[in-house]
Design a protein around this ligand. Structure first.
Ligand code: NAD
Length: 375
């Protein structure tokens, strides 16, 4: 069985596989091919990949059309799907609820497409959960980005030249990214507050030494997998009113709020931004998914009334080596779970709970219930 790792697009700093992961795949008995200069953004040479057992492909199209499994980070271009071998497996982030045409193309081309976003949240699949592995590093990178845009220090400093008060950081949304953002901001010495619509995260916030902001928005719901459900219009209004004061007192606001399969909720309004102190910084971690913050633009720093609004679409890419390492581990764990060492092939059993959750197309059909529902 041959796995091909194509090079990512020019906007991506992460790499889908590091040399050490190639080595682990080769040890399983898999033929690994990587596209020439795949590790360029991380200064990893083709020679290092080759020394650990990878073949280096100089002909991307030919490798796409001859491999049994293709693994990468970002979704492919539609035109490229037509080059891929029939009955092969394609594994990547896919954004399947918004990329219906891509999904249909995968089905038409008879390719089994796995969407890394849809790995179910069960204990057995935690080691394959790329949404979490990337969100964790994204949360860290958001705080580092905020501190570099802010003209204040995070920690309190008592010096002969005067006392510098700690920066105040407000984190909205306390999932994987939010928890890491809280922990990072605390480690840097900031005074941290946080809010989430799921009241059970209060304990986690407190255990990290941050304050949980109490805003009464009535009953909230979550899915079986732990994702927040959308709020009603009335609840959104109550939340915004409760948050305006906290934002106005904060030096940094980091928003991480997401609702699975839906556009991100709009939380920070222009009115709230205009009540903030000039020099404050907002990081909108949901910018690629519609945005939590009025006025945020993907991959731009927008300054409104002296407040810098940062919308970075690829925060894990700011720590590209570690993000690549854990993403590669997620892929390896997924492949190893289904590797049949005797027959040297993947045991692609769609009745398995993980595969039935993340396989979107198979045998010419769209097989994922959630994606089908959306179409
Ligand atoms: P996410 O990326 O879907 O959303 C980020 C956070 O935004 C969530 O905490 C959500 O409650 C919050 N949010 C949504 N709407 C909001 C609003 N209007 N205002 C404020 N906050 C809002 O979430 P996530 O990071 O993927 O994690 C969600 C939960 O699932 C967490 O408890 C996490 O620990 C858990 N989880 C479990 C597993 C597993 O069991 N395998 C894996 C990953 C995460």
């Amino acid at each position: 069985m041959q796995i091909f790792f194509p090079k990512e697009n020019e906007f991506e700093s992460r790499v889908s596989v590091l040399p050490e992961t190639v080595n682990k795949l080769v040890e399983l008995g898999i033929d690994v091919e990587v596209e020439a200069s795949i590790g360029k953004t991380l200064h990893i040479s083709d020679d290092l990949y080759a020394s650990l057992g990878a073949s280096i492909s100089k002909d991307r199209d030919s490798s796409l059309s001859s491999s049994d499994v293709i693994c990468r980070i970002n979704k492919p271009e539609k035109e490229e799907i037509r080059l891929i071998k029939k009955n092969s497996i394609h594994i990547s982030f896919l954004d399947p609820f918004n990329e219906i045409e891509l999904v249909e193309e995968f089905a038409r081309s008879n390719i089994s497409a796995i969407s890394m976003e849809l790995i179910p949240r069960i204990a057995r699949a935690q080691k394959m959960d790329a949404l979490s592995s990337q969100a964790n590093l994204g949360g860290y990178a958001a705080v580092i980005e905020a501190s570099s845009c802010l003209s204040k220090s995070f920690p309190m400093m008592m010096t002969a030249a005067g006392t510098i008060s700690p920066s105040k950081v407000f984190i909205i949304g306390v999932g994987v990214a939010g928890l890491q953002a809280i922990a990072t901001a605390k480690r840097l010495g900031a005074r941290v507050e946080a809010f989430d619509t799921r009241p059970e995260v209060e304990e986690q916030v407190k255990s990290l030494g941050a304050r949980f902001v109490q805003i009464d928005i009535g009953e909230t719901e979550q899915t079986e997998q732990g994702y927040a459900k959308e709020l009603s219009k009335e609840q959104i209004k109550m939340q915004r009113e409760g948050m305006k004061k906290v934002c106005a007192q904060s030096d940094v606001v980091i928003t991480t709020a997401q609702v699975f399969g839906r556009p991100a909720p709009r939380i920070v309004t222009m009115e709230m931004i205009e009540a903030m102190k000039p020099g404050s910084v907002i990081i909108d971690m949901a910018v690629s998914n519609g945005g939590n913050v009025d006025g945020s633009i993907s991959d731009e720093h927008v300054i409104h009334n002296g407040v810098t609004i940062v919308g970075l679409s690829n925060l894990p890419g700011k720590v590209a080596f570690d993000a690549s390492l854990v993403y590669g581990n997620n892929l390896f764990n997924l492949l190893e779970e289904y590797w049949d060492a005797e027959n040297k092939e993947l045991n692609f059993d769609l009745s398995d709970e993980i595969l039935s959750g993340c396989v979107v197309t198979h045998d010419g059909d769209i097989v994922n219930a959630m994606v089908k529902d959306r179409i």
